[in-house]
Design a protein around this ligand. Sequence first.
Ligand code: FES
Length: 106
Amino acid sequence: MYMEEYTFVSLVTELPAGSMRTYSVRGRQIALANVDGNFFAVDDICTHEHCSLGSDGALDGNVVICGCHGAQYDVMTGEVLAPPAPRSVSSYETKVEDGKVMVKIP
Ligand code: FES
């Protein structure tokens, strides 16, 4: 049977507003971003040449700029906004419970 569940990723206090980090979650590499107190999760790996968005990218509002060649993605949706990335990245639902950020991984 196919099941989805939320997995603990980070304490709210570990990821201040305007920051982004890479986490390993149930075998996936996820980039978690705090945009003005709201948390968004996308696949961490840039679709261009596989740089880590959470570790090497820069977050500007809801846009992450890849640190390698400047591709841009909307962290709220995973949509690619600027080349050279050829494709969007997956995004994941998040929720906050008791000061913990949880991400729903399929
Ligand atoms: S690896 Fe991200 S823009 Fe090239």
